[in-house]
Design a binder for this molecule. Sequence first.
Ligand code: AKG
Ligand code: FE2
Length: 243
Amino acid sequence: MNAQLRPAPEADARLQAFDWARISGELDTHGCAMLEALLCPQECAALAGLYAGDEGFRSRVVMGRHGFGRGEYRYFSYPLPELVEELRSAAYPRLAPIANRWNASMGLPVRYPASHAEFMARCHAAGQRRPTPLLLQYGAGDYNCLHQDLYGEHVFPLQLAILLSEPGRDFGGGEFVLTEQRPRMQSRVEVVPLRQGDAVVFAVHQRPLQGTRGSYRVTMRHGVSRVRSGHRHTLGIIFHDAT
Ligand SMILES: O=C(O)CCC(=O)C(=O)O
Ligand SMILES: [Fe+2]
């Protein structure tokens, strides 16, 4: 990798501290893995605080207007806040080998380049130029329906969500949930017990599942259960851009 393609050293070192063999194993087994305390409380508060500002976003979506749930989110504009940009480019090279392994085992031909800059070039060349990292904001009664963050032909199959608020103190309810729909079987649900600053890395839409008769594809969706009290903010880092 040349210098321009290399992720920022600070974010890279922070991610390096996690046990990637464990994360990779949990992704294979469960379709998600936690990265505890990826951000400190000050960083969480600073990021959540951006939500109310007038700058740095390309659009705002009120979920209730689209049947997406209740609550709202804003997509960042480029240039992304430094920390978001750094985490996106530093997390990607650790996830690309997992994504490539998953595609190989699902019989999918797409392979992902080693650096996020190279993957961005692929997205941008295909007209997917709009940034997808976002901040979400929920109040009492809000929720996020099960969904998949697909924004065009090019999809990176893993994404990150970082909880910026502290459960029990800032909000109640509002659990991050994932469902896994297996062919001709009943669906499985997973609740991810995030605390403030924790990240979850999870499958965007499909993942391979090792069965007794080989590997098959399962369909994943994620969402947030009803926030029962208080306010909850999340940072979402999606690696493909949008049309
Ligand atoms: O608020 C959450 O925890 C879920 C956010 C989400 O849907 C995403 O980051 O893609
Ligand atoms: Fe999402």
